[in-house]
Design a protein around this ligand. Sequence first.
Ligand code: MN3
Length: 195
Amino acid sequence: MYMKFELPKLEYAYDALEPYIDAKTMELHYGKHHQAYLDKFNAVLEKNPQLKFDSAEEILMNLNKLDVSEDDRKIIKNMGGGYVNHAFFWKLMGPEKEVDNDLVAEIKIAFGSVEDFKTKFNSAAVGHFGSGWAWLARDENKALKIYSLPNQDSPLTLGHQPVFGNDLWEHAYYLKYQNRRAEYADNWWNVLKLI
Ligand code: MN3
């Protein structure tokens, strides 16, 4: 079955995350970058009508088993990853803070305190060389893990479930922060909806 994916609706205005994430960055990131991943993802799926799936996430979870050429597998990894990662990212962020007490309790058990967790996550973000994402994900045993992955690689392809992910591509922060990724990583916690 061929399913054409769409850009998910952004549930807040471009300027809603100011001053931490500026409106122009949001406009370009959502309207241009995310759209470009989506268009290329749809194009490679249209080329492979033999694929059967119910969601974009399912495609990534089964990336290595898909009946496609190796070139197309790479396109699906990059463009499907870009599509899914950004859809997840917009939902993670928002102008209103919400606290998920269960998740906070779990983070405290896994990392000592919320502050220790943020320090460790930011160090993964700042230490990551080049483009990619910092992730908090649940591994196959549901344990919380912090790590970074290059490009648009999704934890889903490792069999992990993303909990938080911060986009470390320069397009996510360069207009406002230029080379100051550490400052962006610190400020990102102000727009994360949970904790
Ligand atoms: Mn991005």
